[in-house]
Design a protein around this ligand. Sequence first.
Ligand code: FE2
Length: 214
Amino acid sequence: MEKVIDFEELFTYVKDALAAYDHHGGAAKNRIKYSRFAHTERVYRWMLILAEDFACDIDMESLKIATIFHDIGYSLNKENMHSHAADGAVLCREYLDSIGYPAEKTEFICDLIARHSDKEVLHREDTPLELVLLMEADLFDDTGAHGIVMDAWIQATKEDVSFESILEHIKKFSLKQMQVNPMRTEKARRIWEEKKELTNKFVESLTVDLYGGM
Ligand SMILES: [Fe+2]
């Protein structure tokens, strides 16, 4: 009989695995308590939005499982952040094997996880659509309004924080990041442009607020 996946159970499994990492926030996010699990939930929601247009063309169950597990590799909390994708694939395989999930599908899902942080893969012709959507969803997190708030949060941990230093931080990170649209599918490219416009306007407006002019 075909194994029926309980996605809530998968989320709980990943949440538990990431609990220790999320408790201290990890090393990569500039002293802020960045929850990898909350990130995972947001990426999952982005994935559902982007995948809507491709319901007939993709293996949705595999994409859902890969998205839920994509950052579980951080739970190993290694110095080398780049290994999180390969580690995630190993941990996901362990889980799927333990529930008797079909080997062929497990192979596909673990390949999506193992390659999800290789930026060059996104625009390669032979990249499966499931991987494109996972990577796009992952890239959307912490961008636009959310990226601005994160920049402010990071800057607020510094001793000499001020409105001006927060604006500079936003210009250096979010504003700069938003100028190059990295997306591939049409909807993702459009959403990125909307986020870019918002970021540009926010920086313009805050500049006026802090330094005057119009
Ligand atoms: Fe991620």
